[in-house]
Design a protein around this ligand. Structure first.
Ligand code: NAD
Length: 377
């Protein structure tokens, strides 16, 4: 089987779906691995290292896509690229399936097995292929560094002969994978850290990192079977906002990571809250790609409010640590392929009842097969 990894084409996307190390693992399985020249350049993996690992570089992208049995890429493809794939081929990538019905229809029409990394179940068995977690963790880390670089304050407490510098105050809203890594990073930098999440199980995790959990009584909240937060009612959001307003006003950095899987992110930080913050404070909206948690945040921009608060609305912050983001993302791809690889037949196992595949296979045999995305008759 031929596995082809094209270079990413989306502007500002330095990550790749393959490293020389994962290429070696795929070749060991029995795959022929081809890649577009320059595939890892933006994340500092050289063509020479891919070639040394046994990868065949193929610059004829369209022909290579048409010849491939498996295509790995980070970002969703164009509909035109989908049409180039051969029937029965596998395509594994992030797909943004809740917002891409036309792309799913194109995959179905092309007879391709489209696998969505977002939909890999967040179970212990699938942990090694959990690309949402591997990338969110680095985004949480990067969010703190981006905020610290713009803040005109030091983060740790410093006792100097000229007086004591107090630690900066950091508030993390949403303590999932990204939020917990942001807490850990801010703590390592010496900040005083507080956090809030609607899932009650998170309180212990926040405390174990040395941060304070902000208590807000929202009534019934909880989480889905998959571990995700339930959407709040408008009344609960209003209560949450009231409970957070004072902490936000006292914070030097606020990092928001609050998401509800498959839905628009809740709007949690209002203009009035921003107005109450100190000049020079920094807010990072990590939920920007799903609509944003912060009023006035704009995708790809630093917005400075009239009272001098900077709001960072940059998606894909993991791209600022692209070498490591690619290292772990490529490992997620390799783990996925290894899990489904049939070493005897030297092909991918297509067991439609297998739990992980049932979760992440969106199209097969000419149709959208995933119940969440299949057209309703
Ligand atoms: P996510 O990106 O969907 O959401 C980020 C965080 O925002 C979550 O912790 C969520 O509870 C929180 N949130 C939602 N609405 C909020 C609100 N109004 N206010 C404050 N916080 C709010 O989630 P994620 O980080 O990708 O993962 C969430 C959870 O999934 C994990 O913490 C874990 O329980 C589970 N998970 C399990 C595994 C595994 O078992 N292998 C792996 C990864 C994640």
């Amino acid at each position: 089987m031929i596995c082809y990894v094209p270079a990413e084409q989306a502007p500002g996307e330095p990550r790749a779906a393959l490293t020389p190390t994962t290429a070696q693992a795929l070749i060991k399985l029995g795959l022929t691995v081809r890649a577009e020249p320059g595939v890892g350049r933006a994340s500092h993996y050289s063509d020479a290292d891919y070639v040394s690992a046994g990868v065949v570089l193929d610059a004829d992208r369209d022909a290579a896509l048409a010849a491939a049995d498996i295509v790995l890429r980070v970002r969703k493809p164009s509909v035109a690229d989908v049409a180039r794939l051969k029937r029965g081929a596998w395509h594994v990538s992030f797909l943004d399936p809740f917002n891409e019905p036309a792309l799913l229809a194109a995959f179905a029409q092309a007879g391709v097995n489209a696998v969505s990394l977002e939909m890999v179940p967040r179970t212990t068995l699938a942990q090694k292929m959990d690309a949402l977690s591997s990338q969110a963790s680095l985004a949480g880390y990067a969010a703190v560094l981006q905020a610290a670089a713009r803040l005109r304050l030091a983060l740790p407490m410093m006792m100097t002969p000229a007086g004591t510098i107090l630690p900066a105050r950091v508030f993390i809203i949403g303590a999932g994978v990204a939020g917990l890594q942001a807490i850990a990073t801010a703590k390592r930098l010496g900040a005083r850290v507080e956090a809030f999440d609607t899932r009650p199980v998170v309180e212990e995790q926040v405390k174990s990192l040395g941060a304070k959990f902000v208590k807000i009584d929202l009534g019934q909240t909880g989480q889905t079977a998959g571990g995700y937060a339930q959407a709040l009612t408008p009344e609960q959001i209003a209560r949450q906002q009231a409970g957070m307003a004072k902490v936000i006003a006292q914070s030097d950095i606020v990092i928001t990571t609050a998401k509800v899987f498959g839905r628009k992110a809740p709007r949690l930080v209002t203009q009035a809250m921003l107005d109450g913050m100190k000049p020079g404070s920094v807010v990072v909206d990590l939920a920007i790609e799903s609509g944003g948690n912060v009023e006035g945040s704009r995708p790809g921009e630093d917005v400075v409010t009239p009272n001098g608060v900077t709001i960072l609305g940059h998606a894909n912050l993991e791209a600022t640590v692209a070498h490591h983001a690619t290292q772990v993302l490529a490992a997620n791809f390799a783990a996925w392929l290894t899990h489904f690889w049939d070493g005897q037949a030297k092909t991918l196992k297509l067991d439609l009842q297998e739990e992980i595949l049932k979760g992440c296979l969106l199209t097969h045999g000419g149709a959208v097969v995933h119940p969440q995305f299949a057209p309703k008759s």
